[in-house]
Design a protein around this ligand. Structure first.
Ligand code: MN
Length: 714
């Protein structure tokens, strides 16, 4: 069957005719043109259209795919497309053509993210992106005939921009195809290795998988759960990523090369099937993920678990419904699925809308499928505009931003010295609204000219960043005056309360205040108070409080020691009915005050104190347990071990120790290990109560870069 016949197969006659018409125009337009591979050019739009048809995209998207290179590369005009195929098709073609003009050169991560956003912002209709993704997929598939340097450039761009976009939109079947193709060109050796390593053991694995599938099938049938079960090949790129994560160059340690997918008809069966799997096979701890209760940002839903097979080898099981599966494969495109006898091709508009809205953070209300299409046609990031610096970096600014905002976003000094701007090479007013894709050049006065912002600028700029930088400039002009004024205000208020300002301004008390208000020096503090950025009552009471604490601590130290000692308590624990028992804390669970605890009488080594939830207790003789409680008056401290997982970021340790210090605690031990951009930190902290421990853990969680924190039991 010819490609065009495969494409039109699933569309009703009227639509099939429209597609055939688009095809005929494309054939005629590209007549005589060749691809680099030597094939006739028409094979490219045909294959792009086929990819979209296989994703069940609507007729207009398929027509646009056939015509996507016609306006750019041939005599035909945009008007002609509109006339023959309607505004929808024409707009999609226009969008794709516009995107082709932007060089998405590979950049560092932050830039890549901006480029992806700009890409979305420039595609008013999401079908533009879908056509573009299919276009890229086919270009990647046919990259073999290009020069090596071009192959690498295209593959790098695909890996940086297009594969993450497909992922963002939840279109996994395009995402993994792109990734695997990129691997082939970017890491040919790794690709060849993985390819052959996977294929070597294929028959063995195939047999094992088939046995597993039989077992699963039998179990599910026994439990009356109708399901489709199949083995799932791992994609090369995900194997490659795992190898990199493990720092290994062999697939031997990738234990779940085998995977099984179970598709059921209803959500409740997902969980039932999971339960059956976990009773049939031993689950691997820490490998269960419930993306049904907590879908990924791109709305991916599924249950994942890894279990140990009968042969002792682990394998992954994914369980999901038919609908979840469709969303997982096709993402946003799943919702253009063609439905027989219905034009527009959307199913259950409202439900799908909520899907999209959640995914894209839409606020728009829309009630039926016609409106649904409208929503999708509006800009996806309609509150942001993306523009280029003359060097080709992308900057994201809020919609309505002007060249002045741009200037300030580059650097305050560029903003302050701005005397004009060029957009796309033409001089413009500094209050011109920026548009997506504009290239902005700022004209500045020389550093020595003494040029500064004018007060009017506050009415022109749109971003808070620019506003506050302009205000800061005026503030600085009056700085000397403000320092004087601020010092005076604080001094007066301190005296009024009976303190000398100099006795309150200890650096260790000031540091948290500096940090909180992002102040560098005492002068800054005075200046802030002087111009009213900070109030006296935001500063002074804190300092007075610290001062009082020190006085109090001194008083306690002067008290006679015997008042503090209590007879029954040892190490801060009272053993009920006993005194002078030797008390030790169990190493297995390191209890701290506030924890529910229980004593255990050891042979000859006194009482060891465990947390009541310590798993070791169950193995002990019950008769040896003895009641214990915390002596709340004792001032003893304890060590609790906290473990956390982090992204590798400089400064984390410093922030950690500052945090511990701010809780009046100390570090007892510290262990740090990093691997492939992530780190594990274990810190032993001296603490006096479980509440203190909780609040330390809570603050750890706030530190940027730390994504998991928990108390260790040992
Ligand atoms: Mn193309």
């Amino acid at each position: 069957m010819s490609i065009i016949d495969q494409i039109i197969e699933q569309y009703p006659l009227e639509e099939a005719n429209k597609i055939k018409q688009a095809h005929a125009l494309a054939v005629e337009a590209h007549e005589g043109q060749m691809r680099e591979s030597g094939e006739p050019y028409i094979s490219h739009p045909e294959n792009v259209a086929l990819i979209l048809a296989q994703m069940n995209m609507d007729c207009d998207a398929v027509c646009a795919a056939l015509l996507h290179d016609v306006v750019e590369d041939t005599q035909h005009t945009q008007e002609e497309i509109t006339e023959k195929f309607g505004a929808n098709v024409s707009e999609i073609v226009r969008g794709v053509t516009k995107l082709n003009k932007i060089q998405f050169a590979s950049k560092e991560d932050a830039q890549a993210e901006n480029l992806r956003k700009m890409f979305l912002a420039m595609s008013h209709d999401i079908r533009v992106i879908l056509v573009k993704l299919a276009d890229r997929l086919h270009n990647m598939k046919t990259l073999g005939s290009c020069e090596e340097s071009k192959q690498r450039r295209i593959a790098k761009e695909t890996l940086d921009i297009y594969a993450p976009l497909a992922n963002r939109l939840g279109i996994y079947q395009i995402k993994w195809r792109l990734e695997d193709l990129c691997l082939q060109y970017l890491e040919p050796e790794a690709y060849t290795y993985i390819h052959s390593a996977i294929n070597e053991g294929r028959e063995d694995r195939q047999r094992v998988i088939e046995e597993i599938i039989q077992i699963i099938d039998r179990k599910l049938v026994e439990n009356g759960i109708p399901a489709k079960i199949y083995g799932r090949p791992k994609h090369y790129y995900s194997v490659y990523r795992k190898m990199r994560q493990q720092g290994s160059d062999s697939i031997d340690n990738i234990y779940d090369l085998s995977a099984v997918r179970i598709i059921v008809s209803d959500v409740r069966y997902c969980y039932e099937a999971l339960g059956i799997m976990h009773s049939e096979f031993i689950p691997m701890p820490g490998r269960f993920k419930d993306y049904i209760a907590m879908p990924k940002a791109n709305m991916y839903q599924s249950l994942h678990t890894t279990v140990i097979g009968k042969n002792g080898k682990p394998f992954e099981i994914q369980i999901r419904t038919e609908e979840m599966h469709n969303t997982a494969e096709n993402g946003i495109a799943a919702h253009w699925k063609y439905k027989e006898g219905k034009t527009g091709g959307l199913t259950k508009g409202e439900e799908k809308l909520s899907w999209l809205r959640k995914m894209m953070d839409f606020e728009t209300e829309a009630k039926d499928s016609a409106e649904f299409l409208d929503v999708v046609k509006t800009e996806l990031f309609n509150d942001e505009v993306f523009v280029f610096t003359p060097k080709g970096d992308v900057k994201g600014l809020p919609m309505g931003a002007t060249p002045l905002d741009f200037a300030y976003s580059v650097h305050s000094s560029i903003g302050h010295r701005c005397i004009g701007a060029k957009i796309n090479g033409k001089i413009v007013n500094i209050d011109t609204k920026l548009k997506n894709g504009d290239i902005i050049e700022i004209l500045t006065a020389s550093e020595t000219a003494g040029h500064g912002p004018s007060r009017d600028w506050l009415n022109i700029v749109h971003t808070n960043e620019a506003k506050s930088k302009i205000k800061a400039w005026f503030k600085k002009e009056l700085r000397e005056e403000n320092i004087e004024k601020g010092r005076d205000m604080l001094d007066k208020e301190a005296k009024r309360q009976g303190y000398a300002l100099s006795s309150l301004t200890k650096p260790e008390w000031l540091n948290p205040i500096f940090k909180k208000y992002k102040i560098q020096s005492m002068e800054d503090l005075y200046a802030s108070v002087g111009y009213g950025g900070l109030r006296v009552h935001q500063i002074l009471p804190r300092l007075v409080e610290e001062y009082k604490k020190v006085i109090k601590a001194q008083e306690i130290e002067d008290k006679p020691k015997e008042q503090k000692k209590r007879e029954h308590s040892t190490n801060g624990v009272i053993v009920k009915g006993e005194s002078n028992m030797l008390v030790r804390f169990a190493k297995c669970c390191s209890p701290v005050p506030g924890d529910d605890i229980v004593g255990y009488i050891t042979r000859g080594r006194g009482v060891s104190v465990h947390r009541r939830d310590c798993s070791n207790l169950s193995g002990f003789e019950h008769e040896r347990e003895i009641e214990v409680c915390w002596d709340l008056d004792a001032d003893t401290n304890y060590v609790a071990n906290i473990q956390m997982h982090t992204y590798d970021r400089s400064g984390i340790i410093l922030e950690l120790s500052n945090c511990i210090y701010s809780h009046k605690s100390d570090i007892e031990s510290l262990n740090v290990s990093t691997k492939e951009g992530t780190g594990t930190i274990t810190v032993g902290v001296r603490i006096t109560s479980a509440q203190q421990l909780d609040s330390i853990i809570k603050d750890f969680k706030k530190i940027q870069g730390i994504y998991e924190v928990y108390r260790l039991n040992n």
